[in-house]
Ligand binder design. Structure first.
Ligand code: SF4
Length: 361
């Protein structure tokens, strides 16, 4: 943590950790020069659109007179790499839409477990059973019914795929559906609510676009383990209920049973989860076999699989070392990991006590 008044550390922090740059357009006056000098001091390069000739300072002050190249050069100077995804859907797709609420008055469709059967399931299959990019919609589309069932069933195959990765992929449906502008998703497994706005429907959004989003995102984010993927959406109420009861529920139960047979003593490591730092910057969960993350959606097996899929990702292993108090579950290694993950905001936690350093948000 940078201490107040430590200018050198602050400048180092902004240079190394804040990926900002400055673009100026048009003639440069004394105000722009002063502000630009300040930005350069903070480590933010300035790209101007007039020719500064030999007054340029490589990496700090550069001229790009072709506006088509301005952004490219600026990103290059900060080493920012952008992955461009072209999704074949008629609405915008971005993390910015994740918190979007669709109110009843703006709603065109609703698929909600309280009214109709719902389920979300990823299953690992043999490569011969999966036809890559096959999309099936079984039942009415968004223009044929207002309220309906929704089963989202994804079958994946891959040489490096493992059954433990199924639920990790499944958990991402929530984010990906929400990324669509005009779509709201809450819940998981058989407790799901999805709403589609009038505006998204008018723009042409239909169920096949939901399937396209899943296909593209799975093949992009999980390319290391998924070679083939097919998506089936079931909105026919009877078929959805049958799928939920005969295929999805037994699979959820099997996963839960596997976890239930594990104890905190039976493993050599726990995991951090810092997924929620996108909106709670000093938050960290410690996931153990007997303790899910605060959201209830990340189990120890999920955290383990997340770490295997993305070794630099949100779930990092904490080896069980330096037990200070077995009764309250106080470990040196856990404290160290939490202090590092929360940037010093939380220094000490217990795994089992509500009264002494509890793990709350
Ligand atoms: S386990 Fe904790 S950090 Fe991870 S998603 Fe759940 S609440 Fe957020």
């Amino acid at each position: 943590n940078v201490q107040p008044g430590n200018l050198a550390e602050l400048l180092k922090y902004t240079k190394e950790r804040v990926p900002a740059f400055v673009n100026t357009f048009g003639a440069i006056d004394s105000v722009v020069v002063s502000a630009g000098a300040g930005a350069i001091a903070l480590g933010f390069p300035v790209v101007v659109d007039i020719d500064l000739g030999e007054n340029q300072v490589p990496g700090a002050l550069e001229s790009v007179t072709d506006h088509n190249e301005t952004v490219k050069k600026s990103l290059e100077l900060r080493n920012i790499k952008i992955k461009v995804k072209e999704l074949p859907i008629p609405v915008a797709f971005a993390a910015a839409f994740e918190g979007e609420i669709i109110r009843r008055a703006d709603m065109h469709n609703e698929m909600w477990s309280n009214k109709n059967p719902t389920a979300e399931l990823v299953l690992m299959k043999d490569a011969s059973e999966v036809e890559d990019h096959k999309i099936s919609i079984i039942g009415p589309d968004l223009d044929e019914a207002k309220e309906m069932a929704l089963v989202t069933y994804v079958e994946v195959a891959g040489k490096k795929m493992q059954p433990d990765f199924e639920s990790v992929i499944e958990r991402k449906f929530h984010a990906w559906y929400n990324y669509m502008e005009g779509v709201m998703h809450t819940g998981q497994r058989n407790q799901v609510r999805v709403r589609v706005s009038n505006a998204a429907f008018e723009a042409g959004l239909r169920l096949k676009h939901f399937a396209e989003v899943l296909y593209f995102m799975i093949m992009d984010e999980f390319e290391a383990v998924v070679d083939k993927c097919q998506v089936t959406l079931i909105t026919d109420s009877e078929k959805a209920a049958k799928f939920r009861d005969q295929v999805a529920m037994p699979r959820y139960d099997a996963r839960d049973d596997r976890l239930a047979s594990m104890t905190d003593e039976s493993v050599d490591r726990y995991y951090t989860c810092i997924l929620c730092q996108s909106f709670a910057p000093a938050h960290c969960c410690v996931i153990t076999p007997e303790r899910l993350g605060l959201c209830g959606a990340v189990s120890w097996l999920d955290a383990k699989a997340t770490n295997e899929l993305n070794p630099n990702g949100p779930c990092q292993p904490i080896f069980k070392e330096g037990c200070l108090d077995a009764r309250t579950g106080r470990y040196e290694s856990v404290n160290k990991a939490v202090a590092a993950a929360t940037h010093g905001a939380v220094q000490s936690v217990t795994l089992y006590s509500l009264l002494e350093d509890p793990m709350t948000s």
